[in-house]
Design a protein around this ligand. Structure first.
Ligand code: SAH
Ligand code: SF4
Length: 393
């Protein structure tokens, strides 16, 4: 891609409010909910309080029917039912891996599908959330990047993934109480399908809902947004979301990074590092996670490890080494365990934490970078069969 090629969000966006029919309140910010209630006839003076009550039912206790909101009058509940709905994406399928990882396929408006992955660990449970159907970027090692269809998810569809998972885990606290017996779902990573910073507003609004102390109550320290390096949006992420940041670094020279993460042609390593240096101060967050996918003979040498240490000097960082997750037809191979260990050693000796990400849910194709909707996969493989056999039907 030439350096001046604009990288745009060439994607469809679905309006929050359709021309007719009820409005979905899932995904509205508090201010938007208040406005919507006023628009539906709630007296202005009461709107803030009503929005707070509804908010609590929906996000704290997981209620999906206005009828169940017992601190609202019957007449008001009937009015709400007429004007609004409380809808989340529909779960189409669920696969549970041998290691307990759950992969969900969920259907969103328009019939598109995205994947959501729940990863249980001893001291936490992490939900890997998607922000787009597919991805406009084309990182050469990523399965999602080969998917043609792309659309931005709405804030409701993003936070809806978490609500769906909480339904499945049976983790809504009892009505009237505030504490969760178990925090099965304690962390969010925006590492599913899509580039979150190309869908900034929806991701921000959804994360604000996740962090709200009167609802889902996840601390911003338990939310990690992963970006391929959309430099202009990094400062905004610090100011407007303030979550933890992970960056898909993956290479130590511009030549290699141009091939692996093509957005590097637009914002190169130096520009990216400049933005990252500012992030912890502005967001008051801790370390930045540098994600580094280990690709055999591409980016995994000792020289790469030393160069990486030089590049990130001065940035509070943790290096997350990700053994490449292979997918059918992938043009790379995973580095050997010995190579990964040698690379990790150099990083560790330089004083950085260098966890090697344990591949989870591989048997159900739920691992990082393998996400791609089943319908899209089906479509492609049928095409492939047609091409191979010359038979079409
Ligand atoms: N678009 C965002 C977030 C989604 S990808 C981003 O690129 O950061 C989440 C992480 O998985 C990224 O670090 C991505 O580079 C990595 N990844 C993608 N494909 C992979 C694969 N096949 N094996 C291992 N990691 C992969
Ligand atoms: Fe998109 Fe991230 Fe995959 Fe790159 S690694 S194609 S940015 S999802």
């Amino acid at each position: 891609m030439p350096a001046d090629t604009p990288i745009t969000q060439d994607v469809l966006t679905i309006p929050r409010k359709l021309p007719e029919g009820p409005t979905n309140i899932v995904g509205l910010t508090r201010a938007q909910l208040r406005e919507a209630l006023i628009g539906a006839g709630t007296p202005e003076k009461q709107a803030k309080m009503r929005a707070g009550q509804i908010w609590q039912w929906v996000y704290q206790w997981g209620v999906r029917s206005f009828d169940d909101m017992t601190n609202l009058s019957k007449a008001y509940r009937a009015k709400l039912t007429e004007k609004f709905v409380i809808e989340i994406p529909e779960m189409v399928s669920k696969h549970v891996s041998e290691d307990g990882t759950r992969k969900y396929l969920v259907r969103i408006a328009g019939g598109h599908e995205v994947e959501v992955v729940y990863i249980p660990e001893t001291d936490r449970g992490t939900l890997c959330v998607s922000s787009q159907v597919g991805c406009t970027l084309t990182c050469s090692f990523c399965h999602t990047g080969t998917q043609k269809l792309v659309r931005n998810l709405t804030a409701g569809e993003i936070i809806g993934q978490l609500m769906m998972a909480r339904d499945d885990l049976g983790e809504w606290p009892e009505q009237g109480t505030r504490t969760y017996e178990a925090r099965l779902l304690s962390n969010i990573v925006l590492m599913g399908m899509g580039e979150p910073l190309y869908n900034f507003e929806s991701v921000r609004d959804a994360m604000k809902i996740a962090m709200d102390p009167e609802g889902i109550q996840l601390s911003r320290r338990r939310i990690t947004l992963s970006t391929s390096g959309v430099v202009p949006e990094i400062a905004r992420t610090a100011e407007e979301i303030g979550c933890q940041l992970a960056v898909s670094f993956h290479a130590t020279t511009d030549d290699v990074r141009d091939k692996l993460v093509p957005i590097n042609k637009r914002w190169n390593i130096e520009a990216l590092l400049d933005a990252l240096r500012e992030y912890p101060k502005v967001s008051n967050s801790e370390r930045i996670t540098f994600e580094y996918v280990m690709l055999k003979d591409v980016n995994d040498s000792d020289e790469d490890a030393h160069r990486l240490m030089k590049l990130i000097k001065g940035i509070p960082a943790k290096i997350n080494l990700i053994p490449f997750n292979e997918w059918p037809g992938a043009p790379y191979e995973r580095s050997s365990n010995n190579r990964i260990r040698a690379f990790a050693d150099i990083v560790h000796k330089a004083g950085y934490s260098s966890p090697v990400r344990k591949p989870r849910g591989e048997d159900i194709m739920a691992a990082c970078g393998q996400l791609k909707s089943a319908t899209e996969r089906g479509r492609k493989s049928r095409k492939q069969i047609e091409a191979d056999t010359g038979i079409s039907n």
